[in-house]
Write a protein that binds this ligand. Structure first.
Ligand code: CP
Length: 309
């Protein structure tokens, strides 16, 4: 594995090796172990052309806990504002001996463009491109599920909300189906589902109460207004009434079901605060496990571990 650009097309064996490697980093993510020296002497460069709280920060923490040097380019104060192209920016950072790029961009395909451009010793990780892919989020989500519900082959998982504009949902669906989760449901109005979504191997529900019945895992999604290009949206109140996760709706799932959300959450729009902060919520553990997953991906790509990949 040279780059991580998408989960689509990655075989089960590689996904499991990433998840198993992440397992070995949980102690570091949870601060029981301070640091490991796997990427000592390497430079990881965070290139976030779109806003982020969780992904950018956990990549930075993960790289530092692997003992790498980290540069997080502040794109808004960089020479991008003077018209420099992404590839010129990348070339200049390579001239400074960057070894790995972590890229987030509003345009689908941005990380692929950089991956095609860089010389063979440089690695690129997609940290979210447009509505296309967010592979480390998909991986950290299945890692979290595996921690709470290890028998993936027995699970029923529901992904709820704006699947159409969600790179997270795409990555989750590919990860879950590849790893053998037998029933992945998507619950959304027709207007927030991609055409022919069934071809991804999911069961489609438009009624929230019906779709949540007896599920083991509920993954809530935010309405991604920034990718809707002015489309007519339901009001927050209307949306919450039909697709918001309330305690009453959560009670339709299995009693031990877990509630997930990739963040950022819009409380009172897709999720009620009682549920987000409730005892079935694993939303904050998702963030901690994100450090372990990102450590695993960077260590594997950088040659520090999992060389067989
Ligand atoms: N889940 C996620 O990608 O969050 P950020 O946009 O804060 O990175």
């Amino acid at each position: 594995l040279r780059h991580l650009l998408s989960i689509e097309g990655l075989p089960k064996k590689i996904l499991n090796q990433i998840l198993d490697t992440a397992e070995s980093f949980v102690g570091v993510a949870e601060r029981e172990v301070k640091k490991v020296p796997l990427l000592r002497g390497k430079t990881v460069c965070n290139l976030f052309f779109e806003n982020s709280t969780r992904t950018r920060t956990t990549f930075e923490i993960a790289a530092k806990r692997l003992s790498a040097d980290v540069i997080s380019l502040n794109v808004s104060t960089s020479s991008q504002s003077k018209g420099e192209t992404i590839l010129d920016t990348v070339d200049n950072l390579i001239a400074m001996h960057a070894d790995m790029f972590v890229v987030r961009h509003a345009q689908s395909g941005a990380a692929h463009l950089i991956a095609k451009h860089v010389p063979p010793h440089i690695h690129v990780i997609n940290a979210g491109d447009g509505r296309h892919s967010h592979p480390t989020q998909g991986l950290l989500d299945v890692f979290t599920i595996r921690k709470y519900k290890p028998e993936l082959h027995n699970l029923r998982v529901a992904i709820v909300g704006d699947v159409l504009h969600s790179r997270v949902a795409r990555s989750e669906i590919h990860a879950l189906t590849t790893l053998g989760v037998p029933e992945v449901r998507v619950i959304a109005p027709k207007t927030l589902l991609p055409a022919q979504v069934e071809k991804l191997g999911v069961h489609v529900y438009h009624d929230m109460d019906e779709g949540l019945k007896d599920v083991d895992v509920i993954m809530m999604l935010r309405l991604q207004n920034e990718r809707m290009n002015g489309a007519m949206l339901p009001s927050s109140e209307e949306y919450f009434k039909t697709y918001g996760l309330t305690p009453e709706r959560l009670a339709l799932a299995k009693p031990d079901a877990i509630v997930m959300h990739p963040g950022p959450m819009n409380r009172g729009v897709e999720i009620d605060s009682t549920v987000a902060d409730g005892k079935q919520s694993v939303i904050l553990p998702q963030v901690t496990y994100g450090i372990a997953i990102r450590m695993a991906v960077m260590a594997i790509l950088g040659g520090g571990t999992g060389a067989a990949l």
